[in-house]
Design a binder for this molecule. Structure first.
Ligand SMILES: [Mn+2]
Length: 381
């Protein structure tokens, strides 16, 4: 059969229309990728999970501390490549990029079947890359992260919701989801957040309490008056001492690590209560959610998640008996309605992950839940 030119053109047009229908959503959400390559972006085929820049959930990459500093957005993804205050198994400095790699099958524009929404429909999310943190001086590195955090959360968000803001200055501020890094990174981030909101309530998912007194591991010898530096098990002690934590509304969830009675005494002084990992067998995830909500009330909440809260079968780490990823997602979903002023996911050390990247994939998907919580609840009083 001889095809006329008109028939061929028509067939091509129909084919093009069909393919544009199929990929319309993806194309719309990945315009920045296309725009990066060509002004004539509609001529390029759609981009999949394995192409383009590697950012967290394919969020728009932004030079937040450089030429894009004044760009408008709502939530920053921030990498904190720091692991030199670790007691055992360092390597979390590679966590940020590990979590980005673990997020390649998800996208901020995708519909989340757990949260029943696409986060990008409610908040503008960008990936600011990793904060420059010097790797030979912990004090300076943590100060760099504090400055980076401040430079973001001190600024106004892009989308201003109806209602009165719970920030001290009455404005709606940008938020950060930080990818760690060892757990010490939470301290400088809390400093920048407390400047905006005052003391915040902590929901801390971890197998360890992290409120240990300075000197618990570091016994010196030290010079007279010399400070004992913060580490990834003492940063909440410092946060409490600095007045960054709200009184007696904080809670640890998933605890199961060994501790001394004096560690628990220190913990109570820092204003935390505890839900142990095994309690979920008795009270279920709904009981865990209720206990958290009863504890934190209406306070502004910061969520800090040590990936070792998950069972080592699903996220290899040295504490057995943790939550499954499904339990973790159910608990997080139950926190809908809380005012999440910031969050972090820490202690992801790719060197100890499986070749299948299960820890990085778990962390990436937990981050998706956090973004969902942020997207669903504006920071109004
Ligand atoms: Mn921890």
């Amino acid at each position: 059969m001889k095809l006329s030119t008109t028939t061929i053109v028509l067939a091509l047009l129909i084919d093009r229309f069909r393919s544009s229908q199929a990929h319309a959503g993806v194309e719309a959400t990945l315009q920045y990728h296309l725009a990066s390559f060509s002004d004539n972006s509609s001529d390029l085929p759609f981009i999949n999970e394995f192409t383009g820049f590697v950012t967290y959930m394919s969020a728009k990459p932004l030079r937040c501390f450089g030429v894009d500093a004044e760009e408008e957005f709502d939530v920053a993804i921030l990498g904190a490549p720091f692991d030199t205050a670790t007691t055992y198994r360092p390597g979390a400095r590679f966590g940020p990029n590990g979590i980005r790699q673990g997020s390649r099958r998800i996208n901020v524009a995708y519909f989340d079947p757990f949260m029943k929404m696409a986060v990008a429909d409610h908040i503008n999310i960008v990936d600011c890359g990793d904060v420059p943190m010097v790797y030979v001086d912990n004090k300076a590195a943590l100060r760099q992260l504090e400055q980076a955090g401040r430079s973001i959360v001190s600024k106004e968000a892009k989308r201003i919701p109806e209602g009165v803001s719970l920030a001290k200055d009455g404005k709606f501020h940008k938020r950060i989801l930080t990818l760690g890094g060892d757990h010490t990174i939470t301290l400088p981030l809390l400093r920048s957040i407390a400047e905006v909101y005052g003391p915040v309530t902590i929901i801390h998912f971890d197998s360890h309490v992290d409120t240990w007194r300075p000197g618990r591991f570091d016994t010196g010898p030290r010079l007279p008056g010399e400070d004992i530096p913060v580490n990834h098990a003492t940063y909440f002690w410092f946060a409490h001492k600095e007045g960054l934590l709200a009184n007696d509304t904080n809670i640890h969830v998933g605890i199961r690590g060994a501790a001394l009675e004096t560690d628990l005494e220190s913990d109570r002084k820092c204003g935390f209560s505890i839900i142990h990992a095994d309690e979920i067998e008795d009270i279920g995830y709904a009981g865990v959610i209720q206990a958290i909500k009863d504890r934190v009330g209406d306070n502004p909440v910061y969520i800090s998640i040590d990936i070792d809260v998950i069972d080592p079968g699903m996220a290899p780490a040295p504490e057995i008996g943790g939550y499954t990823t499904r339990e973790m997602k159910k608990i997080l979903k139950g926190l809908e309605g809380l005012k999440i002023v910031g969050a972090d996911i820490v202690e992801v050390a790719p060197a100890y992950d499986t070749q299948d990247e299960i820890t990085q994939i778990a962390a990436a998907n937990i981050g998706w839940m956090i973004l969902g919580l942020m997207a669903k609840t504006p920071l109004t009083v």
